[in-house]
Design a protein around this ligand. Structure first.
Ligand code: ATP
Length: 356
């Protein structure tokens, strides 16, 4: 597409939202830079859709300000804001053709007919549906309908694109395909984009930055790598990817006691805590032959998951199970089997540390 959108900068300051006595959003501060793709990620009910609706003006915040570029949009109705939106349910007009659906927003801003036609043709090419221009939504697959919804949202070249779970109604293969299509198109256009999702894999794969939400607050904002490798809270650590948690007692600022052993920490410990929760990813635990490592254990179960084997190991010292991901070659070398004795090592630099 030859037209590049000037993506907006969005600033959210001190936003709260109450539904009656219920606080759905608490003190939300967030800045989204021009051209960024940011995902709001969190469990059901955490407030991500409410925040998106507030950005669109479909819901009024109880307190706080929003600005888009230099414009204070806090009190503007949706029609006076500069955004395109795509919903999970496509929400296309059933009685309009694909072309007319895409043209809808352009007609309502009074664009000349010839320009509308060329813009619609351009977008049809971008979404690869040139041959479907005269069809009606019911004659398209789910993935095709969502492409049309995307084209309709992008037609007026908005500064902000809002995507509310746009892929969750589609089957896995179409979802994966559309993921990269949306990402490529968004990059190419430079449109600032916010996508709501509860699918962590989708957020990690697509976002420049992920906003992890829980119970109406932002737990962490960071790149996918930061969110995965340096989770800021036990919630983020447990919500993104798999994680083992182990309770421990603080010995000093750098050492903790786990069972009968002491462990040295590399990452900072939460201040003034007697008890800390250690956390380690299954792929970070080292598995060694029996007698070769710090922690003795026994294999309780092995699930072959293709690229790795998810193993549950009972630690003798702690009387608890640890999840360990082992690559199939190492598993063969170790003769790993149910009931086998093994040793584990918990590398200090892979241990995360949270308040208990
Ligand atoms: P989901 O992934 O299930 O859509 P979400 O993170 O998008 O969840 P929201 O829809 O933003 O969550 O809702 C946040 C909280 O606010 C929920 O507890 C919800 O029940 C409540 N809520 C949302 N809209 C209203 C409303 N109009 N009236 C009362 N409570 C509401």
């Amino acid at each position: 597409m030859n037209q590049t959108t000037q993506g907006s900068r969005l600033e959210i300051q001190g936003v709260n939202k109450f539904f009656g006595d219920f606080c759905a959003l608490e003190n939300i501060d967030l800045t989204i830079e021009p051209g960024e793709l940011v995902c709001f990620l969190g469990p059901s009910g955490c407030g991500k859709t409410t925040l998106l609706r507030i950005i669109a003006g479909l819901e009024q915040q109880s307190a706080g300000q929003l600005s888009q570029g230099d414009v204070d949009i806090s009190l503007k109705p949706p029609r006076d804001r500069d955004f395109g939106i795509v919903f999970q349910s496509y929400a296309l007009f059933p009685n309009m053709t694909v072309s007319d659906n895409i043209a809808y927003g352009l007609r309502s801003i009074g664009m000349a007919k010839a320009r509308i036609r060329s813009r619609v043709d351009e977008l049809l090419t971008v979404i690869g549906l040139e041959d479907h221009a005269r069809k009606y939504p019911a004659q398209l697959s789910g993935g095709q309908q969502q492409r049309v919804a995307l084209a309709r949202a992008l037609a007026p070249s908005p500064g902000l694109l809002l995507l509310d779970e746009p892929l969750s109604a589609l089957d896995a293969q179409v979802r994966h395909h559309l993921r990269s299509e949306i990402r490529n198109l968004q990059k190419q256009l430079g449109v600032t984009t916010i996508m709501v999702t509860h699918d962590q894999e989708e957020a990690l794969a697509m976002a420049d930055r992920v906003v992890v939400m829980n119970n109406g607050v932002i737990e962490q904002v960071g790149t996918p790598l930061e969110i995965y490798q340096q989770p800021a809270s036990a919630f983020v650590a447990s919500f993104i990817g798999a994680m083992n948690f182990i309770d421990s007692a603080a010995v000093n600022g750098q050492r903790v006691r786990v069972g009968s052993r002491e462990l040295e920490l590399v990452r900072p410990m939460p201040e003034s805590q007697d008890c800390v929760r250690l956390a380690i990813r299954p792929e970070d635990v080292h598995l060694l032959p029996a007698g070769d490592g710090d922690w003795e254990g026994q294999v309780e179960s092995m699930d072959y998951l293709g690229a790795f084997i998810r193993t549950h190991i009972r630690l003798a010292d702690l009387e608890r199970l640890l999840v360990v991901d082992v690559d199939p070659r190492s598993a063969r070398q170790l003769n790993l089997a149910n009931g086998a004795s093994v040793c584990l090592q918990l590398p200090s630099d892979a241990l995360h540390c949270f308040a208990a």
